[in-house]
Every structure is written in C-alpha cells, then in structure tokens.
Design a protein around this ligand. Structure first.
Ligand code: CA
Ligand code: CA
Length: 427
C-alpha cells in the first residue's frame, strides 16, 4: 500500500469505529517510526559508500509496502526503473513461494528438465569422470533446473532504491542482485538463499567441490551501495545438514554479501553475519584485472558470529575493516578458518577490530591467498592486543584510509557492536 492510500484509509477508518482505528494507528505508527530511518543516507556512517542516497528522494507516490514476492517485484518496477523509491518490507517474504502461495520445492524446479540427482552422481563420480570440466546431459539438466529456481528467487534491484525492513521483517531464500548504482538496504533479516542444485566442480581445489549460486546480496559492478543494520543467517538450513557426496560437503550456499565485477564505493555497517561459511567475497577472480582501481569497500561495526571464512576475502580492492567484532565460542558447527583473506593485489586497512575465537590463535586472523598488503592497528584477539600484520608478515598498504564517520576505541568495540548490530535494533 502506498502512503497516500494509507492516509486515505486512515481517514476512512476514523469514521469506521474505534477497533479498526487502533489497528490502523498501529500501522501508521510503524511508518512514522521508520520514515526518518528510511530517509537517511550513508553520510551518517561515511566510509567508501558515504555518498549513497538510495531512494531518500522518493515521493509519497513512490513509497511502497510489500508483503510478498509479487508486490516486491511490482514496487521495484524492473531493473531499469531509476525513479527514487523507498520499499518497506512487512512480515515475511519467502522467495520460494509462488504467486498462488505454494512453496516450490526442488522437485518443482526440476520438473520437465530431466534432472535426477542419482543419475548426476553416477555420471560424474571422480573415480570414473576424473577431473575434467563437466559436460553432458546430466549437467545440462542440472543447469536448467537451477535456472528455473533462479528465475524465482533472484531479484534485480534498480538504481536509486532504499529497501527497508519493518520491525520483524524477513526475506527468506532470495538473492538481491544490485547491478545499478545508489542502493540502500537496511534493517532486514535475510535467511541466506539455498540452492537446490549445487554443481560439482572437479577442478575446485585438489579434491573437487560442490558449489552453489546465490548470495543474499550480490553487488555486481554497481557503485554507491550501503548495507546497514541487516542480519544474515543460514537459519533453517545450516551447513551441518548438507551431508557429503564424493567425500565433499554438498554446499547449498554461496556468499552472504559478495561484491564483484568492479563494484565500488560500498559501506557495510552494523550488520550481523551469523552461521555462514563463505561470508563476504570482494573480487571473485585473480584474472579479473578490470577490478583494479575499484572494489573500494568499508566494513565497519559488524558482528561476525560463527562465520567460517571470508570476513572479508579481498582481491584487488582497497578495503577498510574497522570496528568489527568476530565471535566463535567453538560450540557452533560453523568452525572458524580465518577472518581476513588477503587475495591477489588486495590492500586491507584494519583498525580496532576485536576477535574472540575459541580453538584458534592470532596468526589465524589472516589467510594469505596470493596477497601481501595488510596494515592493522588496535587489533584484539582473545583479550590480548596483537599485530596481525606482524604475525602474518604482511607488507604495509600504500594508500591512506580516511576513517569512517564513527571510530570506536578497541576497548568499546565489543559492547558497542553487541548492542547496535543487526536488524530490529534501530527504533
Ligand atoms: Ca568455490
Ligand atoms: Ca557469490
């Protein structure tokens, strides 16, 4: 419902009686509370994405409340709809639910494709297929089934858009793809999308690996993006349920928030990343030399709780990692591997981050993945001040970071992030 329509409804409801009045007043109050929040721009936080304004200039006619997949797509208005727009997400949107309210399963997506997992497993067993790139009818059928799911769960977000969750809002199983500039996403709970059709890649590492398609948010080539106060969680599909085939985890997830294809000028602030493996990829290929000079990302005041790796993992980018809190008490099925992945030509500036990681030691903070340049200051690991760069023998960065608008002393990071990160914190 548009705001103008809501106010008409409100007037009508005043005459309709006290019971309806109180219900409608509740709705109005939610928006009164959220509207100042929706009008905010990234300048309050700053960082590389600090010029992002999203849909803050939207008129009432382009302010929407969406409650399901169909109303979300309608409000977005197609990937080329650059009119400033604010979209409130109300309640739970499950992207695997069709317009008739039916939940679509793997069997629904595979229908008519010929895809059959048992035949797929038989076709590509490493003992017989070996390490060649996949080809043949089973892989073609899998790809078609995956495309059927993608058509349902992938949503392209146009330029000049703010998407904002109302209290308790949830976005389940969908992949927001941001390819146009100037987009804000705030206050929304994401259950990480679940690919029903993982692909076997015999060439991924020495073992081969199962890989999946969807991130919760993929920024591909767009500039000026602000992701703020969201929560990302594998939720009802934890990786521990994946099982293994060919001796490798049957991984149904890809990233939480991935920034690729020359994405640039992004601020990622006050989010919770929880229960996830490949959390934040910045730059997806060593051979993508066109990423050089782009991939400027500020990652600040986020909570990474029970995340395995890539928080973030960087290629080519100049990336600020400031005032983040990393927690893994060792009881989770998501086992910590590393925090900062230093990939080809990455330059990471880390400042005042706190890591509390059971069963790990400070040299585990950094994983050197063909990269060399990382500077850190104010790092705290399991209660002790450490220099991650010294422990991992990195070279200093050669650019001069500008601090984000808010810089928290290390000794206040844990309390600040614990109280402020995630969806449904801002009132
Ligand atoms: Ca992979
Ligand atoms: Ca990805």
């Amino acid at each position: 419902m548009k705001k103008a329509e809501r106010s008409k409804l409100f007037s009508a409801t005043v005459m309709a009686g006290m019971l309806a009045l109180s219900v409608t007043t509740g709705l109005r109050d939610v928006h009164a509370d959220m509207s100042g929040y929706a009008a905010q721009t990234a300048s309050t936080v700053g960082g590389f994405g600090g010029n992002t304004t999203g849909g803050s200039q939207a008129t009432a006619a382009h302010t929407y409340t969406v409650t399901d997949r169909a109303s979300l797509l309608k409000a977005l208005g197609g990937e080329n709809n650059a009119t400033p727009k604010i979209i409130y997400v109300s309640g739970k949107i499950d992207m695997n639910v069709n317009d008739q309210g039916q939940t679509l399963t793997a069997a629904d997506y595979a229908q008519g494709t010929g895809y059959n997992f048992e035949r797929y497993l038989a076709a590509y067993a490493p003992s017989t297929w070996g390490k060649k790139k996949l080809s043949g009818v089973q892989e073609a059928d899998r790809l078609q089934a995956q495309k059927n799911q993608a058509a349902q769960v992938v949503v392209k977000v146009p330029a000049n858009t703010t998407i904002i969750g109302e209290p308790g809002a949830q976005f389940i199983g969908g992949n927001l793809v941001i390819q146009k500039g100037n987009v804000i996403v705030r206050n929304l709970y994401f259950e990480t999308p679940y690919d029903d059709f993982p692909q076997w890649d015999p060439t991924d590492e020495s073992t081969g690996n199962w890989n999946s398609q969807y991130d919760a948010i993929s920024v591909q080539g767009a500039s000026n993006v602000w992701l703020d106060h969201n929560t990302f969680d594998d939720g009802t599909h934890p990786d521990a349920q994946n099982g293994t085939y060919y001796g490798r985890e049957y991984q149904h997830h890809d990233g939480d928030t991935d920034f690729t294809n020359g994405a640039n000028n992004i601020t990622v602030s006050d989010n919770i990343y929880r229960n996830h493996d490949k959390t934040m990829l910045i730059g997806n290929s060593d051979t993508k030399t066109t990423d050089a000079g782009k991939l400027h990302v500020t990652v600040t005041h986020n909570l990474f709780e029970n995340t395995v790796q890539r928080t973030p993992r960087v290629r080519y980018g100049e990336v600020q990692v400031v005032n983040n809190l990393y927690q893994n008490d060792g009881t989770s099925s998501y086992k910590f591997k590393y925090a900062w992945g230093l990939g080809k030509n990455a330059q990471i500036a880390a400042q005042n981050n706190v890591l509390n990681i059971a069963n790990a030691s400070a040299p585990d903070i950094i994983s050197k993945l063909k990269g060399t340049q990382l500077s850190d200051s104010g790092t705290q690991f399991n209660g002790a001040s450490v220099s991650a760069s010294t422990l991992s023998h990195t070279a200093p960065i050669t650019w001069q970071p500008t601090a984000p608008a808010i810089l928290t002393p290390t000794n206040q990071v844990q309390a600040t992030v614990m109280s402020q990160a995630g969806a449904d914190v801002l009132k």
